[in-house]
Design a protein around this ligand. Structure first.
Ligand code: HEC
Ligand code: HEC
Ligand code: HEC
Ligand code: HEC
Ligand code: HEC
Ligand code: HEC
Ligand code: HEC
Ligand code: HEC
Length: 388
């Protein structure tokens, strides 16, 4: 077939050709997008960040065991800025990673990974998910489209809905967060702190709770002569633990004070090591006060074990309920009332979690709350199973 005949053939088969060209573009584009998808997955990152545990090279493993990993917040949700432009930029950064992998030594790589720049994930980026104001600002100023196809969680984050459905506080307006009375905005504005100063290693090497309290104590220790609460003012910072001891704080669940708290035992009667820097008591604290009776160590362990097991079951149930709700949304069903019930249940569940003692502060109340959350989850599942 010479050129002329070919063009003639093309003219005669216009439609066929258009369809073929169209298919070519679709298939090629699809392959491209698949490659983009694939190279955004944690499994791909693990090829060059393969270690186990915490610290440099173990970024994938540490992520897998973090709260973010469990909630499905993926690498590029933090290591790529919002919007299509931010996504593409992250991909280009990935090419640099690949180039560096083959050109620098293992020691040089470790050196880079051990000293991440302060703004590797900038504060405004965290605020995009963790506040309403920060979310709005970024959505309004992001140039270009937010997304083309479903690539990652980040581009779908619209607050307050995202936050509420994940049971997260607005950290710029709420002053009780994760169980602690702490005003993020005031501290960040007045002392120019950024997220990493306190959540250092969030995801990859989370700081311990003792580290965190010690950081507060750099300003909140005794005799600094300021208006700020001091070390012995446990009740000011530990809002949730106070509420749990008192038997209040969960929505729509009646309760009464914990056994010991009701008998007049104060925070520092159990938390006896605080002035020595040991904040957390153990089972021995129980037997010490209960005339050396080691049976109380067992009671302590039983309380803890039972509540922990129940919370684990709830955590799995929660994932199922959340995806059932999302499926209902996708089918355009009216799920508003069920989402509201879910948000309430989630708040109650997080209340027990953030007390952090698995029912030791107030065993009856913790168990009553768990029972109520289980009932709420079951009710939502039933509602969604009903024909409409
Ligand atoms: C082909 C190997 C390779 C793959 C795959 C890879 N990385 Fe890297 N990564 C590196 C190397 C080498 C460095 C250190 C040099 C540099 O900064 O580019 C690095 C550094 C980084 C840094 C730190 C940058 C800095 O400035 O401190 C981040 C964040 C990162 N990678 C995230 C990721 C994510 C997320 C993925 C998966 C989407 C990924 N990497 C996949 C090789 C890789
Ligand atoms: C894509 C949205 C998103 C981004 C970006 C994000 N987070 Fe989160 N974050 C979440 C979700 C969802 C959870 C809830 C996990 C759960 O269900 O408990 C969470 C939980 C947390 C928690 C509580 C759990 C823990 O690990 O202690 C802290 C603290 C936190 N985020 C801080 C940060 C910081 C700091 C940044 C920036 C480096 C950040 N987040 C970026 C969505 C995000
Ligand atoms: C001065 C220390 C400090 C700074 C700075 C700080 N935080 Fe926090 N943050 C805390 C404390 C304390 C808590 C409550 C205890 C906890 O959950 O760890 C908390 C709780 C949170 C929670 C809620 C966790 C939950 O379980 O619900 C999120 C989300 C969070 N911080 C995000 C951020 C982000 C994003 C930044 C940066 C804009 C930031 N924080 C800066 C100390 C700090
Ligand atoms: C919630 C946000 C968030 C998520 C999700 C996240 N990271 Fe990070 N990552 C950070 C922050 C913040 C730093 C800065 C150092 C620090 O504070 O630990 C960091 C640092 C890093 C570094 C620099 C070296 C180091 O160890 O500090 C690498 C590499 C990295 N992350 C890779 C990953 C990979 C791969 C994933 C997915 C498996 C991932 N990150 C998921 C927030 C995140
Ligand atoms: C850089 C010093 C500094 C650090 C670090 C710091 N604070 Fe403060 N904080 C202050 C000062 C100063 C005040 C008093 C402000 C006022 O009342 O004008 C204060 C006030 C408070 C208050 C009482 C005001 C209110 O919100 O009702 C609480 C509660 C508090 N801080 C909790 C914390 C916690 C929890 C941490 C650790 C995560 C922490 N602070 C870390 C300096 C600090
Ligand atoms: C200025 C605020 C502040 C004051 C006052 C304070 N704490 Fe804390 N404490 C914190 C923060 C913040 C954490 C970390 C919480 C978290 O990450 O969930 C913490 C953590 C703890 C932990 C957990 C330690 C661990 O490693 O598991 C215990 C126990 C504790 N505090 C007891 C007390 C007691 C008892 C008092 C009173 C004597 C007290 N705290 C006073 C802010 C404070
Ligand atoms: C009957 C003894 C007892 C009393 C009273 C008590 N606690 Fe505790 N508290 C404990 C024990 C035991 C733990 C550690 C539980 C564990 O490891 O599971 C703990 C843990 C904590 C923690 C760490 C929670 C976490 O996030 O890991 C905080 C904070 C705390 N208590 C604050 C308080 C405050 C504030 C009060 C007073 C309102 C108080 N406690 C009263 C025994 C007590
Ligand atoms: C500072 C002293 C003190 C500490 C520490 C303490 N208790 Fe108690 N406990 C009491 C008092 C006082 C009562 C109330 C006795 C009464 O009213 O009969 C009590 C009552 C109880 C009861 C119900 C009545 C009984 O004697 O069986 C249990 C169960 C119990 N405590 C378990 C524990 C456990 C578990 C711990 C450790 C987490 C603990 N206690 C720590 C002082 C303490």
């Amino acid at each position: 077939m010479d050129a002329k005949n070919f063009f003639d053939w093309c003219k005669r088969h216009k439609i066929l050709l258009t369809v073929a060209a169209f298919l070519f573009i679709v298939v090629f584009g699809f392959v491209n997008i698949q490659i983009l998808h694939m190279t955004s997955e944690p499994e791909f990152c693990a090829m060059c960040h393969p270690s186990r545990g915490f610290g440099p090279l173990a970024e994938v493993d540490s992520w897998e065991h973090s709260a973010h990993g469990e909630a499905g917040v993926s690498c590029l949700d933090c290591h790529g800025r919002p919007g299509v432009a931010g996504y593409v930029k992250a991909k280009i950064g990935g090419l640099k990673d690949t180039y560096m992998q083959f050109t620098i030594s293992k020691e040089e790589k470790l050196e880079i990974l051990s000293n991440p720049p302060k703004d590797l994930v900038p504060t405004w980026h965290c605020l995009f998910c963790h506040s309403d104001e920060g979310n709005k600002k970024v959505r309004e100023t992001t140039k270009g489209p937010m997304k083309l196809v479903n690539m990652r969680m980040l581009d779908d984050v619209v607050n307050p809905a995202f936050r509420l459905n994940k049971g997260l506080p607005d950290i710029l307006t709420e002053t009780t967060v994760g169980g602690t009375h702490f005003d993020h905005k005031m501290h960040i504005d007045n002392f120019e702190l950024n997220c990493r100063d306190c959540h250092f290693g969030v995801v990859h090497k989370p700081s311990s709770k003792t580290d965190k309290m010690n950081f507060c104590l750099t300003c909140h220790a005794e005799n600094k002569g300021s208006a700020a609460p001091q070390m012995n003012d446990c009740h000011v910072c530990h809002a949730v633990q106070v509420a749990m001891n008192e038997g209040t704080g969960a929505k729509d669940v009646a309760g009464s004070a914990g056994i010991m708290y009701a008998a007049g035992i104060k925070c520092t009667d159990c938390h006896t090591g605080v002035t020595k820097g040991v904040f957390r008591p153990s089972g021995k604290t129980c037997s010490d006060c209960h005339s050396g009776d080691s049976g109380y160590v067992e009671i302590f362990q039983d309380w803890e074990k039972e509540v922990k097991e129940k919370l684990d079951i709830l955590a799995r149930q929660r994932v199922e309920v959340e995806s059932a709700l999302k499926a209902a949304d996708a089918m355009k069903r009216d799920s508003k009332a069920n989402w509201e019930l879910y948000q309430k249940a989630l708040q109650n569940m997080k209340f027990v979690e953030s007390d952090g003692t698995f029912g030791v502060h107030n065993n009856d109340y913790a168990n009553a709350i768990i029972k109520s959350v289980t009932a709420d989850f079951t009710k939502i599942t039933k509602n969604l199973e009903q024909k409409w």
